[in-house]
Design a protein around this ligand. Structure first.
Ligand SMILES: Cc1cc2nc3c(=O)[nH]c(=O)nc-3n(C[C@H](O)[C@H](O)[C@H](O)COP(=O)(O)OP(=O)(O)OC[C@H]3O[C@@H](n4cnc5c(N)ncnc54)[C@H](O)[C@@H]3O)c2cc1C
Length: 383
């Protein structure tokens, strides 16, 4: 395994050592937010990795941000509580205006403001983002937002929301995604002013919510870039999201593999360590090979992104391979631990549930395969 960005990884590992399995288990039981962990990451500057130094951030790239998230997951922690601050950054940095950057970025970097929520998914549109129904209607003093989002993670713990809404109907544009705009919404004072948030109890502790907008006013200054161009802007962000989450999946895979290999060496059944049996060691070795291969693609995608080169193919493949690798490593780890894999105190069942998310969100494996089939291999569009 590569140890690029060794110093960063070392520092993250040190920080994560203060947040052992017991910390995450307690939160998981109560479905509580890891405030102390997020504060520690903020104070150490890791969460502002992608904010340029002129705005008080660390001015690093997606490669370094990925190393941070990967190490968080390798340490058995979970970056899901705060990773959106990293992957939403590209939209603001590349398409936001100076006023937006000057107003928000220094405060996000210092931790005074949290940008943790990204509202794309809606209950009726599913993965077909072109069919979102949330509307933003232009008025003299801003935009009036009406509609609904679902699975909007961390919004209860965020001050800002990056929101996708239609400013023109789907039928009026040349392409299905024309007429979608992206807004940076300061939601601090909007509860009871057209914004309603309802937490969703889910399989994992991810602070996901349903969000309802009823005549919620967003000032014109909240519009990012040009009206109607929003989908194009968030595509950059989506590539960053796929690459960063792929790093997290690699971290999970590493954690599962380390746990499984360690247990297989120690656990003695029939007077021999279970790891002496090829039926136990081969799956772990296979997972290791898969993880290493996936990691190369993740690194390639991150490099291309940082060089501002086209990386849609690599970001999608990286996310696909890493999420499949972590899922398979999780399954092997469960199997290696036998019945103890099911016991909460080993953390494996929790990590197993958590890593399953990567096969579904932010984009499902099927949709990635259809992207590769259509956009890389030139096969007919299947839907
Ligand atoms: C814990 C959690 C946190 C989340 N956080 C956020 C968040 O912060 N912000 C946000 O906007 N969203 C978030 N999401 C939503 C997530 O991105 C979506 O659930 C995901 O993109 C899948 O969309 P869907 O649930 O609408 O599935 P659907 O689009 O309804 O698809 C259902 C199934 O059908 C398959 N499918 C659909 N169409 C096709 C096709 N044409 N070909 C082949 N297969 C197809 C899919 O692969 C999938 O397996 C979160 C989800 C979860 C579970």
């Amino acid at each position: 395994m590569s140890e690029s960005f060794h110093d960063i990884r070392e520092a993250v590992r040190k920080l994560c050592a203060g947040f052992p399995g017991e910390y995450w288990r307690n939160l998981d039981r109560k479905r509580s937010y890891p405030t102390d962990f997020v504060d520690a990451l903020t104070n150490s500057g890791f969460l502002s990795a992608l904010i340029p130094t002129e705005y008080g951030g660390s001015g690093l790239g997606v490669q370094e941000a990925g190393a941070i998230l990967e190490e968080i997951h390798t340490s058995g922690c979970n970056g899901g509580a705060c990773h959106a601050q990293m992957y939403t950054m590209g939209t603001i940095l590349r398409h936001g205006n100076n006023q937006q950057k000057e107003t928000y970025l220094p405060k996000i970097a210092s931790g005074e403001l949290r940008l943790q929520a990204f509202g794309v998914t809606e209950p009726t549109s599913g993965t077909d983002t072109s069919r979102i129904r949330t509307t933003a209607t232009r008025q003299a003093d801003g935009y009036i937002i009406n509609g609904q989002k679902v699975w909007t993670s961390r919004i209860e713990y965020s001050d800002l929301l990056l929101l996708l809404a239609r400013t023109k109907p789907r039928e009026s544009g040349k392409k299905p995604h024309d007429g979608i705009s992206v807004f940076l919404v300061d939601i601090r004072d909007l509860q009871n002013q057209g914004l309603e948030i309802k937490p969703l109890r889910a399989m994992i502790n991810h602070s996901a919510c349903e969000v309802f907008f009823e005549n919620m006013l967003v000032p014109t200054s909240g519009l990012i870039g040009k009206e109607g161009e929003g989908f194009r802007y968030i595509l950059d962000g989506m590539n960053a999201e796929r690459i960063l989450l792929a790093h997290e999946a690699i971290g999970d895979a590493r954690w599962f593999i380390d746990k499984a290999a360690g247990y297989a060496k120690d656990r003695v059944v029939f007077d021999r360590p279970i790891g002496k049996n090829q039926g136990v060691q081969f799956p772990i070795a296979e997972n290791y090979a898969e993880m290493c291969a996936a990691q190369l693609m993740v690194q390639k995608a991150a490099q291309l992104f940082d060089n501002q080169e086209s990386c849609g193919k690599e970001a999608n493949i990286a996310k696909y391979l890493a999420s499949e690798a972590s899922w398979r490593a999780g399954d092997t780890c469960m199997q290696t631990f036998g019945g103890f894999g099911f016991a909460e105190e080993y953390d494996i069942e929790r990590k197993f549930r958590e890593t399953r998310l990567f096969r579904t969100a932010p984009i499902s494996s099927n949709l990635i395969l259809s992207y590769i089939a259509e956009h890389v291999l030139g096969l007919p569009r299947s839907f």
